[in-house]
Design a protein around this ligand. Structure first.
Ligand code: AKB
Length: 315
């Protein structure tokens, strides 16, 4: 029986991934943790407050629930990280090392840790970015993800830790809001379209970036984690792709359903970060090794979000 610990479970990805894990493994077998209590204080199944940098509390919770797998999702993202780079580095790196040590010492079955397209930088080839290429990230978040990838591979090779990872593009979901990312505009735009009918975008209209609908991200993560160990050939982190679009293109897609929706552009410091990231990534290794396939294109994603978010806002 697997006992799964999710760190950073109240975040944008964590909340949806935790629900999916509870459906697979059972509510009582997924122990969700976050640095804060859930709003309204109620959550299905076990919940613990955990600061991801608190090593002894992590080990204590792992012992209490006899944890066998960890999904470590807590991180400071690209835009927010720039306001306090040293803290972002400390949180992103220390927490990962604690989890890898836990996996090594307690012989956990598996660990999941997300990387990001932020590992790439201005000298990386932009189109169909290869799995192995120039990596010169220019945010502290990207630097921490690149270093984290090296640590994951190191713990796998040196200590046999079964750690698995994906380089997520911008993740777009509506059930929980993201915080502090450069790709967050593609979530905010839906809220604003439905709530006020207009949106001022912090990236320029033709900023083309790789993105993925949350349902695909959850599926990718679970597919990777449920794959046979021998199929996982990359222990740093897999390139993973789905769709790419610009703010103008997503606005036009929204306008098909909401013709009066208006978008304006006021790029800020996040533009430079976005400019250093790929347009699209080559994820053929993920497709070949463990059968990755995405299901949502821009049109399907937009109509799913508009429907789901309208219902959510009505309630
Ligand atoms: C961010 O924008 O920082 C994240 C990411 C691409 O990892 N969404």
């Amino acid at each position: 029986m697997e006992k799964i610990l999710v760190i950073g479970a109240l975040g944008q990805l964590g909340s949806e991934l935790s629900s999916a894990l509870k459906n697979i493994y059972g509510i009582q077998n997924v122990i969700v943790t976050d640095i804060r209590e859930p709003e309204g204080g109620n959550i299905d199944g076990p919940f613990e407050v955990l600061n991801a940098m608190d090593r002894s509390r992590l080990f204590e919770i792992a012992e209490k629930y006899q944890i066998t797998q960890v999904y470590h999702l807590a991180a400071i993202l690209s835009a927010k990280g720039e306001s306090d780079p040293k803290f972002a580095w400390q949180l992103n790196m220390e927490s990962l090392i604690h989890v890898l040590d836990l996996a090594k010492e307690k012989k956990l079955n598996k660990v999941y840790w997300p990387s990001s397209i932020a590992v790439f930088g201005p000298s990386t080839p932009r189109e169909n970015t290869p799995q192995n290429t120039v990596m010169d990230p220019n945010t502290v978040y990207g630097i921490s993800k690149l270093a984290g990838e090296r640590w994951c591979e190191y713990y796998h090779k040196k200590y046999g830790v079964d750690v698995r990872s994906l380089r997520y593009p911008g993740l777009i979901g509506y059930k929980a809001k993201p915080g502090g990312g450069t790709t967050d505009y593609a979530v905010d735009i839906f809220y604003q379209a439905l709530e006020s009918g207009k949106y001022e975008c912090f990236l320029d209209k033709d900023t083309y970036l790789p993105m993925m609908y949350m349902d695909d991200a959850v599926k990718a993560t679970i597919d990777l984690m449920q794959s046979d160990k021998n199929k996982i050939k990359i222990r740093s982190s897999y390139n993973i792709g789905a769709i790419s679009f610009t703010p103008e293109q997503i606005a036009q897609e929204i306008q098909k359903a909401l013709p009066s929706f208006k978008i304006s552009y006021h790029p800020d410091f996040r533009q430079e970060i976005a400019n250093s990231w790929p347009d699209s990534v080559d994820d053929s290794e993920a497709r070949k090794d463990w059968g990755w396939q995405h299901q949502y294109d821009l049109t399907k994603m937009t109509s799913s979000i508009l429907k789901g978010l309208s219902e959510l806002l009505d309630n």
